[in-house]
Design a binder for this molecule. Structure first.
Ligand SMILES: [Zn+2]
Ligand SMILES: [Zn+2]
Length: 87
C-alpha cells in the first residue's frame, strides 16, 4: 500500500480508473499537466520538445530550435539539442 501523503488529496479529487496502477496513473496525470504547461517560448503555440545543451533549458519546440542557436532563457550558445519525450 502507498503511504498516506499529500498526494492522497489528488487521488481523492481525481479517482483513478481501476485498471491503472495508482503510481502509473499519477505519473500519467503529471505528464499531461507538464505537457499542457510547457509551450515553446518562441512560437508560443507548439509543445516544448527540445532540451538545449549545455545549459539544459527545456523551452523550445523542434522547429524553433532549428532556427535558434542561442538559448532564449539564459542567452548561452546551444551546442547541442536533445529531442526530449515526456512519456
Ligand atoms: Zn516554437
Ligand atoms: Zn539556457
Amino acid at each position: 500500500m502507498l503511504p498516506v501523503t499529500e498526494k492522497s488529496t489528488i487521488l481523492l479529487e481525481f479517482p483513478p480508473p481501476p485498471e491503472c496502477s495508482v503510481m502509473g496513473w499519477v505519473l500519467k496525470r503529471e505528464q499531461e499537466r507538464l505537457r499542457n504547461t510547457l509551450t515553446c517560448v518562441l512560437c508560443k503555440s507548439k509543445p516544448v520538445e527540445i532540451t538545449l545543451l549545455p545549459c539544459g533549458h527545456f523551452v523550445l519546440c523542434a522547429a524553433c530550435s532549428d532556427e535558434c542557436n542561442i538559448c532564449p532563457v539564459c542567452n548561452k550558445e546551444a551546442l547541442a539539442e536533445v529531442k526530449t519525450f515526456l512519456c
